[in-house]
Ligand binder design. Structure first.
Ligand SMILES: Cc1ncc(COP(=O)(O)O)c(C=O)c1O
Length: 433
């Protein structure tokens, strides 16, 4: 089947030329007509072939054997015992917090410490699960949260901190681990931007009780949409899976889903206390869940992407260095670097401008020249309509300056050397403007 699909892809290319725009991006760049996208799927024929194969050969099309295989491969690669794939990083955060709350028996109103600056759906799942986010300001040096403030915000209701390094760039993880140990609270990782980042040679997620990840096109691995929850505690991943699969009690996945007696060996049994009869385990609901399952095709693409992770990591690091050097030649601009003990798997190139005027004029100039820029996500999340009721944004003065002085450029492997040369020429024009 793969042979036939590959023939089709080759014919499509012969007839249509560059049929997949993101593949074309890897090879050529015409500054007259093309944009420098900040990220995108770093795919080639293999991912397309896998996608088509899933449709032709898939028995169920929804989450199945390919997803199950990707979960196992992802766990092995990043040092987890268990993982469950879902349909986005936001869904991963939602079911991860739900699972942790249930597993550790956290109560409504218990507190989780989170950075005031970052992505919206790092914070939302805390509230959506009946817990209370407690915010911390950032440090202007690397834009990561201020660890002294993390410690100062711990109260007798604090159950966890959720760590999400800025654009994947780790801060002093030893200090955070000690804070958590000394105060007997859990360290949760929103690892959506930091897949593969290391502190002292170890993945950041090694010290977390659970970790989430995103496979949206902006991220290190792209399955179009997709996310993962991982942990070394099986019950946490089983709970996360249950929340993502309608809240069902049954945990049959992949090939095991085809066992007539179920993974537990007693699929048809007296499962309900209040009903004296045989019930199918597949329709026993032990949580109030959601449906956040991924398509099986996404698992197939995930496996292909995972095999390219080291290449992606290397190019992201090299692109960050090259683009960072170009941009930091602008007077009044600073590019955040990595700590000596880190090996950052960069999500983007973090750029700090001396003033609001400089940021605005630089962003405008780059965008006008078709070089995509991005805000550091929400800036202070407490400035946003959906979040402002949670706390007073004014209490976080550094976070408040992020929207006016910080932005980022991409460093995705879809950005090739021709594009980097174009960025350099554009920056020179900006300096001489
Ligand atoms: C830190 C962080 N968490 C969560 C998410 C949400 O991931 P997704 O877009 O897959 O829902 C993002 C998205 O970019 C993110 O940057």
């Amino acid at each position: 089947m793969y042979q036939l699909i590959n023939k089709f892809i080759e014919s499509a290319k012969e007839i249509e030329g560059d049929v997949f725009p993101f593949l074309a991006n890897k090879k050529s760049f015409n500054p007259e007509t093309d944009s420098v996208y900040y990220s995108g799927p770093y795919w080639d024929d293999e991912e397309i072939s896998e996608m088509i194969h899933s449709i032709f050969k898939g028995k169920w099309l929804s989450s199945g054997e390919k997803v199950s295989k990707f979960e196992r491969q992802f766990s092995k690669k990043f040092g987890f015992d268990h993982s469950v794939m879902v349909n986005s990083g936001s869904s991963a955060n939602l079911v991860m917090i739900a699972a942790l709350k249930k597993y550790f028996e956290w109560e409504d109103g218990d507190e989780i410490i989170v950075c005031a600056c970052g992505f919206a759906t790092t914070v939302a799942p805390i509230v959506q699960n009946g817990l209370t986010p407690v915010f911390v300001d950032i440090d202007w040096q690397d834009l990561n949260w201020n660890l002294n403030e993390v410690e100062a915000k711990i109260s007798d209701r604090t159950v966890a901190v959720i760590s999400s390094p800025v654009l994947g760039n780790p801060y002093d993880m030893d200090t955070l681990v000690n804070i958590c140990k000394n105060n007997e609270i859990k360290l949760i990782a929103d690892n959506c931007d930091s897949l593969g980042s290391k502190w002292d040679g170890k993945y950041l997620t090694d010290v977390a009780v659970a970790a989430s990840c995103s496979f949206y096109p902006a991220h290190h691995l792209c399955t179009v949409e997709g996310g993962m929850v991982s942990s070394n505690i099986k019950e946490i991943v089983d709970l996360a899976r249950s929340f993502a699969w309608w809240g069902r009690d049954c945990y049959c996945v992949g090939q095991q889903n085809l066992l007539s007696c179920g993974t537990c060996g007693k699929r048809f049994d007296k499962w309900l206390d209040g009903y004296d009869g045989i019930v199918d385990h597949k329709y026993v609901f032990s949580q109030m869940g959601y449906n956040l399952k991924p398509l099986d095709m996404l698992g197939g693409i995930g496996s292909v992407q995972l095999a390219k992770f080291e290449e992606i990591h290397k190019i992201r690091r090299s692109n960050k260095e090259k683009i960072g050097e170009i941009v930091s030649s602008i007077p009044g601009v600073r590019v955040v670097g990595e700590n000596k003990r880190s090996e950052t798997s960069w999500f983007g190139v973090p750029i700090i401008c001396d003033s609001k005027e400089l940021k605005e004029s630089l962003v405008f100039f780059l965008e006008k020249n078709k070089i995509q820029t991005r805000n550091y996500f929400a800036g202070n999340i407490l400035l946003h309509p959906g979040y402002k009721h949670l706390d007073d944004a004014e209490k976080y003065p550094n976070a408040n300056q992020v929207l006016s002085k910080v932005f980022f450029l991409g460093c995705s492997p879809t950005i090739n050397n021709n594009m980097i040369d174009y960025i350099a020429a554009t920056v020179e024009r900006f300096k001489n403007d």
